[in-house]
Design a protein around this ligand. Structure first.
Ligand SMILES: CC(C)(COP(=O)(O)OP(=O)(O)OC[C@H]1O[C@@H](n2cnc3c(N)ncnc32)[C@H](O)[C@@H]1OP(=O)(O)O)[C@@H](O)C(=O)NCCC(=O)NCCS
Length: 173
């Protein structure tokens, strides 16, 4: 397993095919977001030592997990949302693991690596929201701080609430 910044535009389809498993609202929006993030990272002088001074956190950074054959098997995305995140916070998006590889601890590793990246950016808190996976994120050390009830109705008329979670990055090694 390898975790790294996603910077190869030629693999955008492969990255998107995993990220889509997280239930994207708009594929086109996310594709553009990732393209911008690749430019964001590759335009910095030293992409291996990016800091919050050298990168625009409002554009975001895409990450991927790869298997031994270098195939993308997991995705995550960090982005500071002006409306919600203060300067020491960032939001995590597009967490997904290849369907055939779940239940082996890879999702937890993906979260830990993503937390470490946020910490390296000298941020204090990582946030996210979820409708269906809050227990997974709690298992990864995050804490719930809010819930917006009955937000989403599926075709089956099932209601989901949106749960808001955060982690204090001081607790990450
Ligand atoms: C959520 C997801 C990333 C988890 O990945 P995974 O590789 O299966 O998770 P792991 O094997 O690392 O599980 C880590 C721990 O969380 C638990 N866990 C995993 N999914 C869970 C869930 N949905 N609810 C509760 N616990 C869960 C595991 O049992 C494991 O517990 P343990 O540490 O006590 O053994 C994966 O199921 C996925 O890609 N889902 C579809 C995309 C998605 O829903 N993304 C989130 C959008 S908000």
């Amino acid at each position: 397993m390898k975790f790294e910044q996603f910077t190869n535009i030629n693999e955008l389809t492969e990255w998107m095919n995993i990220a889509k498993l997280a239930g994207l609202k708009s594929t086109e929006f996310v594709e553009n977001e990732v393209k911008e993030s690749i430019l964001n990272v590759t335009n910095t002088n030293d992409k291996n030592s990016i800091t919050n001074n050298t990168i625009n956190l409002n554009i975001g950074i895409a990450y991927c997990m790869r298997n031994q054959d270098n195939k993308i098997i997991g995705t995550s995305f960090l982005k500071q949302i002006e409306e919600y995140d203060s300067s020491n916070q960032i939001t995590i998006f597009h967490i997904a693991i290849d369907e055939t590889l779940r239940g082996q601890g890879l999702g937890k590793q993906l979260m830990n690596e993503t937390f470490k990246c946020a910490k390296r950016l000298k941020l204090s808190f990582a946030n996210l929201y979820t409708t269906t996976q809050s227990n997974f994120y709690l298992n990864c050390g995050m804490k719930k701080y809010g819930e917006f009830p009955d937000l989403i109705k599926t075709k089956q008329n099932k209601k989901f609430s949106r749960k808001y979670l955060y982690i204090n990055l001081d607790t990450i090694n």
